[in-house]
Design a binder for this molecule. Structure first.
Ligand SMILES: C[S@@+](CC[C@H](N)C(=O)[O-])C[C@H]1O[C@@H](n2cnc3c(N)ncnc32)[C@H](O)[C@@H]1O
Length: 278
């Protein structure tokens, strides 16, 4: 039988998939922390562990995102389960969460709506950090809803309601103090959809009409019917969509319209406040 140590397995894998991915996959196979890989370089992998690791390396070489291979992704201060039914939560989306948390009081009830919740990254993080708030999470995909439900259960979130349906369709008559969304915003003909991780992520989570603004437009247009007086709408969008979003918000009479840059300096989240209920 082949005797392969942690150090040898990593050296072998690094050539094909790089050290970061190799470490994450081996940690997953061994169910161990990264420190374990560093402190136990001479540990021999069992035949099963070696086979599982080789299988993951092959799928990674084929392009499958690491998060789908390990079944989890860190977001904010949480670890979320993910699978092929949901978008892999992105670091940029933490900006949207930061901005939302600034608007939500810690000490009183506040109604929050997350449209297109996917894994529940935004809704669950808000619910966790603002336990007095009542968060509603909507998604059109039953498989995504199942992932969100599992994450909420794993993280013992009890101030979250899940609603399956398209955008506001199942929320007739309901109003919220804050609506947040990271909707699909990639143009249907964008070549990036055929590249990298995006090839493996659900199309329903990514593409939105010819210019990528279809869902954003729908949400901004309908949000006033579902916001309380002085309620806020915050949307994540593409790197070149900030000015179009601000225009759409203006067209619907939002006030305090503003765009916010992510860590790379790209305007990534835009929003506004509804001063008077429509
Ligand atoms: C870009 S993903 C965002 C997922 C998650 N909120 C995040 O930030 O990681 C967009 C989500 O919108 C959902 N979606 C697409 N069309 C929808 C619709 N008509 N109504 C509700 N959700 C929709 C997709 O299923 C997907 O989960």
């Amino acid at each position: 039988m082949q005797r392969v140590t942690i150090s040898q397995a990593l050296t072998f894998a690094c050539r094909d998939i790089g050290r970061v991915d190799a470490c994450m996959l081996l940690q997953h196979v061994l169910d161990a922390a990264q420190a374990h890989l560093l402190t136990h370089p001479d540990q021999i992998l069992s035949a099963q562990q070696l086979e599982a690791f080789q299988c993951l390396i092959k799928r990674r070489i084929d392009g499958v995102p690491v998060a789908y291979l390990t079944g989890e992704r860190a977001f904010y201060d949480l670890t979320l389960i993910v699978n092929e039914a949901v978008l892999i939560p992105r670091p940029e989306t933490e900006l949207l969460v930061d901005l939302a948390l600034q608007l939500i009081p810690l000490d009183r009830s506040f109604r929050v709506l997350d449209l297109g919740t996917g894994s529940g990254a935004i809704a669950i993080t808000i619910a966790k950090h603002r336990p007095q708030s009542q968060v509603t999470a909507v998604d059109v995909s039953p498989a995504a809803m199942a992932v969100c439900r599992q994450n909420a259960q794993n993280l013992q979130i009890d101030n979250l309601s899940l609603v399956m349906g398209s955008w506001f369709d199942e929320l007739s008559g309901e109003r919220f103090d804050l609506i947040v969304s990271n909707p699909p915003y990639v143009a249907g003909n964008d070549p990036h959809l055929q590249q990298g991780d995006l090839r493996f992520e659900p199309q329903v989570a990514l593409s939105a009409g010819d210019d990528g603004l279809f869902c954003i437009n729908h949400i901004i247009h309908n949000a006033p019917d579902h916001l309380t007086e002085n309620g806020w709408l915050l949307l994540e969008h593409g790197y070149d969509q900030a000015s179009a979003c601000r225009q759409l918000l203006q067209d619907r009479d939002f006030s305090n319209i503003c765009s916010h840059p992510d860590l790379a300096g790209i305007m990534r989240v835009s929003g506004g406040q509804l001063k008077f209920v429509k």
